[in-house]
Ligand binder design. Structure first.
Ligand code: BES
Ligand code: MN
Ligand code: ZN
Length: 489
């Protein structure tokens, strides 16, 4: 893991920090707060010089390095317009400071909270930003001389507990990013199962893993069908966290753990096929959230389920035209072996519906290229059966800054996944509403009375977002923070 692991909390006096640099905020009005005046004095007026030279503008996301006569390094971060400061802008700022430190090979920093940011969410967001901004994926570099890490940090001011919580949550996001960024030959279904087991060993999460023989005998014909083309052992992973009242219904998180998607016999084009190592980001959401839950120990009941396999071609692989029988007994006509995510999720959703009495089920999957066409890498597509659940999700989204956009699951779309010779088919109408067709298919495997929401994270899970707390061309770990907010962890 190459990211900041722990954050110290210092009550108020920044002069007590032993860090290599400090970081202070300035509004775009450019007036020095009392705190800044103190720092400026220590620097020999260097901050006011940078202001009059027009270098410091105070815009959100902006970070300028100012060095005083005695070598004290200060990162001045912009806070935008006074009155507009919010948790997201602090998350952006602290992450930008972490990135500046890494760039300058400074390995510890003290971040001074603005006195106005008194709410708990601001403290949590600042901690999240420091950790997320410090994340680098470099475990496969054998020459490490040019690698600089942010090794320690403190936050001066703010709420200690919220800072700790933010740090645990962001570390869980980084844990998921590591799994997601690892290539298909490393992050195999066994790798995911090992990490799930590890979470279980150090906490009260009970982990159960069904191997190929077992889940095939149990009737998970859809997962077995997709997995038939690979010798890499597929896994059906269940993580149970029961720490709430006995009669409280569990919330269930299901994630697509497709560790490499070649398309199978309906093979994908060669260009960018490497990106299909990210096809397990749905399982990253589940594992990341379960890790955070196992550490924060909230009083609630949550179950994580990850069906995991590769999707390969070969003489044992499933074929276009095959008919598979899912765990709930429904038959599926496979018209394209590349629409495999919905197949493995079908068994997981049916399993969740049958074996638990859930308050709701959420599923996360890099399901369709169509959602990238619709929303780019900016937002996740969501759709579901319960308007109340959707509205809670939208509310959490506005708290965590992880954007979601709702698609409709109208009857016309549900019709499009009906098959002539089986119950359903794994494609909708060619060239039409591909993301909704995915959701419409999944709905067939969730018991009607269970509130359910599907997240298509094919765009948001990785990509090119220019955000200080994410790295372009790399896994984002998005939606984990949203889920934890929704669960009220
Ligand atoms: N894993 C892909 C979806 C995907 C595409 C994720 C691009 C990230 C970036 C999924 O299994 C898939 O192949 N979907 C097909 C569905 C189609 C055959 C109905 C797609 O989107 O092309
Ligand atoms: Mn596919
Ligand atoms: Zn896929």
């Amino acid at each position: 893991m190459a990211n900041l692991l722990k954050i110290k909390h210092i009550e108020s006096d920044w002069q007590k920090t032993k860090d290599g640099a400090i970081s202070v905020g300035i509004y775009n009005s450019l007036q020095l707060s009392r705190q800044l005046q103190g720092v400026n004095k220590k620097l020999g007026q260097a901050i006011s010089h940078s202001i009059s030279a027009g270098i410091i503008k105070g815009k959100t996301g902006e970070v300028n390095r100012v060095v005083g006569k005695k070598g004290l390094v200060v990162y001045v971060y912009g806070m935008g317009k006074k009155g507009n400061l919010n948790p997201e802008s602090l998350r952006v700022s602290s992450a930008a400071v972490a990135k500046a430190c890494i760039n300058d090979k400074i390995n510890s920093v003290a971040f001074l909270m603005p006195a106005e940011a008194k709410d708990l969410a601001s403290s949590q967001a600042t901690a999240e930003g420091l950790v997320l901004g410090s994340y680098q994926f470099n475990e496969f570099k054998t020459t490490r001389d040019d690698i600089s890490l942010l090794e320690s940090a403190s936050i001066v001011g703010g709420d200690k507990k919220s800072i700790e919580k933010g740090s645990v949550i962001a570390n869980s996001v980084c844990f998921a990013r590591d799994l997601e960024n690892r290539p298909g030959n490393i992050a195999t279904p066994s790798h995911l199962a090992e990490h799930a087991t590890k979470i279980g060993k150090s906490s009260s999460v009970k982990v159960t893993i069904f191997e190929r023989d077992k889940f095939t005998k149990m009737g998970m014909g859809a997962l077995a069908g997709v997995a038939s083309g690979t010798e890499e052992p597929p896994k059906f992973i269940i993580m149970e966290y029961f720490n709430g009242p006995k009669n409280e219904k569990p919330k269930i998180l299901v994630g697509k753990g497709l560790t490499f998607d070649s398309g199978g016999i309906s093979i994908k084009p060669a260009a960018k096929m490497d990106e299909m190592k990210y096809d397990m980001c749905g399982s990253g959401v589940v594992l990341g959230a379960m890790r955070a839950i196992s550490l924060l120990k909230p009083k609630m009941n949550v179950v994580g389920i990850v069906p995991s396999t590769e999707n390969m071609s070969g003489d044992k692989a499933y074929r276009p035209g095959d008919i598979l029988t899912a765990y709930n007994g429904k038959t599926i006509e496979v018209l394209n072996t590349d629409a495999e995510g919905r197949l493995i999720l079908a068994d997981a959703l049916a399993y969740a519906s049958k074996h638990y009495d859930p308050e709701y089920i959420l599923d996360f999957a890099t399901l369709t290229g169509a959602v990238v066409v619709a929303l780019g890498h900016v937002a996740s597509g969501i759709m579901g059966t319960d308007p109340k659940l959707i509205s809670y999700i939208q509310k959490s989204s506005s708290v965590t800054g992880e954007k979601v956009w709702e698609f409709p699951l109208w009857d016309e779309y549900l019709e499009q996944v009906k098959s002539k010779i089986a119950d359903v088919k794994n494609l909708g109408s060619p060239g039409q509403a591909g993301t909704i067709a995915g959701g419409a298919f999944l709905k067939e495997f969730v018991k009607n009375e269970i509130p359910w929401c599907h997240f298509d994270i094919a765009g948001s899970a990785w990509g090119d977002k220019k955000l200080s707390y994410q790295n372009p061309g790399s896994a984002t770990g998005e939606i984990i923070r949203l889920v934890l907010d929704l669960l009220k962890v």
